[in-house]
Design a protein around this ligand. Structure first.
Ligand code: SF4
Length: 220
């Protein structure tokens, strides 16, 4: 439910400008470099709980051996672990990547699906990853909601939601579709650098005039 109505078009435009001044996130970079949904999917799985610099490094190492999903069949779990170390949760991720070819073949004829509902059937793919893959790899309307998108939209007063799933569903109802694909990118870098979880830098904030600062205690 909306509590307050900031001009979300202006907020999006300002944050997009900010985003363009920062380093491009690794998943977008892989899309531009490869235009390959398989590599975008794998990079997105690797990026969970992992810094972008580390993800970029392990993705490069992994893709030197793995060119398509069936290449995971030729590797043991230990070999995959060695390739993706030190990505966060690399043990679990290696097991999931090992099982990917079989599940993809059984359920989707070996082809990476293009909807959130289908993608979340794959190992290691939650709604956040699925939305990002749909938006970035397939350029289709999807809203990837992570902790930054959830937190900042609630601080702005654009939404009043309890968790990222509720935020995603509310944004799907209220946010104009033209903003969906890029919504995550601009809020993530803004959330890491300015509207941080603790002590947000409100006095340096380019969208302060649009923000209701809901539940914001520190105003540096
Ligand atoms: S004014 Fe503060 S709380 Fe609002 S968006 Fe900016 S940094 Fe975040």
């Amino acid at each position: 439910m909306k509590k307050y109505s900031p001009d979300i078009g202006k907020v999006h435009a300002i944050l997009t400008d900010e985003f363009n001044r920062h380093k491009m996130p690794v998943v977008e970079l892989i899309q531009i470099q490869t235009n390959d949904p398989f590599k975008v999917l794998i990079t997105t799985i690797l990026s969970a709980r992992t810094k972008d610099e580390t993800t970029a490094r392990v993705a490069k190492k992994l893709f030197s051996k793995v060119k398509n999903v069936n290449d995971f069949r030729k590797l043991s779990i230990v070999e995959i672990e060695q390739l993706i170390y030190p990505a966060g949760f690399y043990h679990e991720k290696a097991k999931k990547l090992k099982s990917l070819p079989d599940i993809l073949q059984e359920n989707f004829n070996g082809i990476i699906p293009q909807t959130v509902e289908e993608l979340i059937e794959l190992p290691g793919v939650g709604r956040k990853t699925a939305n990002l893959v749909v938006a970035i790899a397939f350029n289709k309307p999807a809203i990837c909601v992570d902790v930054h998108v959830h937190r900042i939209n609630n601080r702005l007063g654009y939404l009043s939601t309890k968790n990222p799933l509720e935020t995603e569903m509310t944004l799907r109802k209220h946010l104009p579709e033209k903003y969906w694909i890029t919504y995550n990118s601009c809020f993530v870098s803004f959330g890491q650098n300015t509207c941080k979880p603790i002590n947000p830098l409100c006095n340096q904030c380019p969208i302060a005039r649009y923000c209701a600062r809901i539940d914001v205690k520190s105003r540096e």
